[in-house]
Design a protein around this ligand. Structure first.
Ligand code: SF4
Length: 390
């Protein structure tokens, strides 16, 4: 039997671009929503014709801002996904949303269409910081969004938060975490701001046109604050940036970190399926042209060497607190991680940074803090042993 997959659906629409954002999303295209939804439905049919009616365990409507779609449009997309694929009755179906775009009617319709997990991009409960990074909503709107989502029947809620914002003090981050926890979501994601080249925020920071970013010390303090707040509130860390109540880890994202197969549809979406990596055009007209013609673009990503695939499996897997499935690694690559990186793994294990428990190889909490150094050591070890290249 073919392995079950995950399905990602990209909705590249936003009210306005946030100052830090380099995702594939566009402002000012709302009038083309219906056309875009039809194009994605067509792509779903075309992908299923090629890959077969695969069993799907998780669906993720990401963006962009999927909550700019009407309830009927989300229903249409999920109906098309169900017609094309065998969506498991207990599938996790997540939808990302922006608190500045929600209506009670739409939320109820998303829930009725089968969406059972809502992920809200809150980022901060500080209105000054929200405005500084160009978010379209206030802290009060984020709180109202949670209330509305609960009243529409969502019992699995994530809040995305961001730290390391311009001028942000550790005390401000502590307040945001406190406000988020008070809303009792099932899941919290806490991402450190990444300053992406080409974004307005990158230019503003470089030009000194906004408050400076917090320094290393302040960021470390914020990490400590996160760990303390989450621990006290009963959220377990299960990935570098993700925390959940028991049983509420995001099943879709676990697929990415475990390097399991997924199909991405929509503009710019990437896929890793049947040993092939491919992606759709991230240009609006180019995507619509291909999807509306009933074709699939499937631009192939460059061939990855065996060495690169092994390293990626470790890099992604070590992000999870439970670590890498070492038995699956050995099955897929014909060698256990300890045979590929004997020196690094032995040294890290002796130093209390890594631990092997049955079939899993993981970083300890101390190892998590220095994950980049562990990965660099692994890279250096493979570089010194070209026989692992492939
Ligand atoms: S709402 Fe999300 S996808 Fe849209 S611009 Fe802001 S960060 Fe980017």
């Amino acid at each position: 039997m073919q392995e079950a997959i995950s399905l990602y659906v990209h909705i590249p629409l936003c009210v306005k671009k946030c100052a830090y954002c380099d995702f594939a999303s566009f402002a000012g295209r709302l009038s083309q929503r219906a056309r875009y939804v039809e194009a994605v439905c067509r792509e779903l049919r075309a992908q299923a014709a090629f890959f077969g009616r695969r069993r799907v365990r998780t669906v993720f409507l990401g963006g962009g801002t999927p909550t700019l779609l009407t309830g009927a449009q989300v229903q249409r997309l999920l109906d098309a996904a169900r017609a094309a694929f065998d969506i498991a009755p207990d599938a996790e179906i997540t939808m990302e949303g922006n608190p500045g775009t929600l209506t009670m009617d739409n939320l109820r319709a998303y829930r009725a269409a089968g969406v059972n997990r809502l992920s809200l991009g809150v980022q901060s409960f500080d209105d000054g910081l929200l405005a500084a990074v160009g978010r379209i909503h206030t802290a009060a709107q984020a709180k109202e969004a949670v209330r509305m989502a609960r009243s529409a029947g969502f019992d699995n809620l994530n809040l995305d938060l961001m730290y390391g914002l311009p001028g942000q003090q550790p005390a401000q981050w502590a307040r945001t975490l406190g406000e988020a926890i008070a809303l009792a979501p099932e899941h919290l994601s806490c991402y450190s701001l990444i300053l992406e080249e080409g974004t307005p925020l990158h230019d503003a920071v470089l030009a000194g046109a906004c408050a400076p970013l917090p320094d290393e010390d302040a960021l470390l303090k914020m990490d400590d604050i996160t760990a303390a707040h989450m621990g006290e509130a009963g959220y377990a860390q299960y990935e570098v940036s993700n925390y959940a109540r028991p049983g509420r880890a995001c099943r879709h994202n676990l697929v990415y970190w475990a390097c399991l197969p997924y199909l991405g549809v929509g503009l710019g979406a990437h896929s890793d399926l049947d040993g092939r990596r491919f992606y759709n055009p991230d240009d609006w007209e180019a995507y619509l042209r291909v999807a509306e013609s009933g074709e699939t673009a499937r631009e192939a990503e460059g061939e990855q060497s065996r060495e690169a695939r092994m390293f990626e499996r470790m890099m992604m897997g070590l992000r999870m607190v439970r670590g890498v499935d070492a038995a699956r690694f050995a099955r897929d690559f014909g060698a256990a991680p300890e045979a590929v990186w004997p020196e690094t793994i032995a040294r890290m294990t002796r130093g209390g940074l890594m631990a092997r428990e049955h079939d899993r190889l993981r970083l300890t909490p101390r190892g998590m803090q220095v994950m980049n150094a562990v990965l660099v050591a692994m890279m250096e070890e493979t570089d010194s042993k070209p026989q692992f290249g492939g």
